[in-house]
Design a protein around this ligand. Structure first.
Ligand code: FNR
Length: 188
């Protein structure tokens, strides 16, 4: 059976290098994973006063997560943390209290930056949030990708064999992680 992976890009930029990375990851993913982007750009700022009256964009976010077998987060690091837009989406989806969308959902974290820290610190911040909302994260391998526009192309092509293998092996491990989690914690 194909597993439905909802992927969330932490950047809202139309030129996002993390969106390019997502395209490259999908291109090298093993058979058996189907990818759908879960958009986060139209969400208002989270406010618990709306917990009984969720806006349509936030309900759509929760529905998209509910219909995914697994989640993949591809995010930039902003100021050694995650972009506010991504944190905002996590806050919406984690609520209303008792209806946390992330509970037991298999999840992967990856990201790219022009700098050589490659989102390492931002990913730890994201892992902290995902731990609290009880997503079943793949803890290893980690992947901190330093972006190079000559290697990672918007078409999804990866021009350097070693870099391509890093992404392919990450996705292979992700698929195995998803299967392991779903064996114990089936979705729907
Ligand atoms: C950045 N950038 C950045 N890079 C990094 O490696 N560590 C950091 O802490 C930050 N902080 C940061 C804050 C803000 C507000 C911006 C706009 C940028 C640079 C960042 O990695 C770069 O802009 C990437 O291109 C962002 O990813 P997307 O949007 O291209 O996917």
């Amino acid at each position: 059976v194909a597993r439905k992976v909802g992927y969330i890009v932490g950047s809202l930029s139309k030129d996002s290098i993390n969106r390019i990375l997502s395209t490259c990851l999908i291109a090298v993913a093993p058979d058996g994973l189907e990818f759908t982007e879960i958009p986060i750009g139209d969400l208002p700022l989270y406010n618990r006063d709306l917990d009984n009256d969720y806006p349509a964009s936030a309900t759509a976010l929760k529905d998209a997560i509910a219909s995914s077998d697994a989640l993949l987060f591809i995010t930039p690091e902003y100021n050694r943390s995650i972009p506010g837009a991504l944190k905002n989406a996590i806050d919406w989806a984690s609520r209303p209290w008792g209806q946390n969308s992330f509970d037991h959902v298999p999840a992967g974290v990856i990201g790219t930056s022009p700098g050589n820290i490659g989102t390492a610190v931002g990913q730890q911040t994201l892992r902290l949030c995902l731990s609290f909302v009880n997503a079943r994260q793949m803890t290893a391998p980690e992947a901190y990708i330093q972006f190079d526009p000559e290697i990672y192309l918007p078409t999804g092509e990866v021009t350097d064999a070693e870099s391509k293998e890093v992404l392919a092996s990450y996705m292979q491990e992700f698929q195995e992680h998803v299967e392991r989690v779903l064996t114990v914690l089936p979705r729907n």
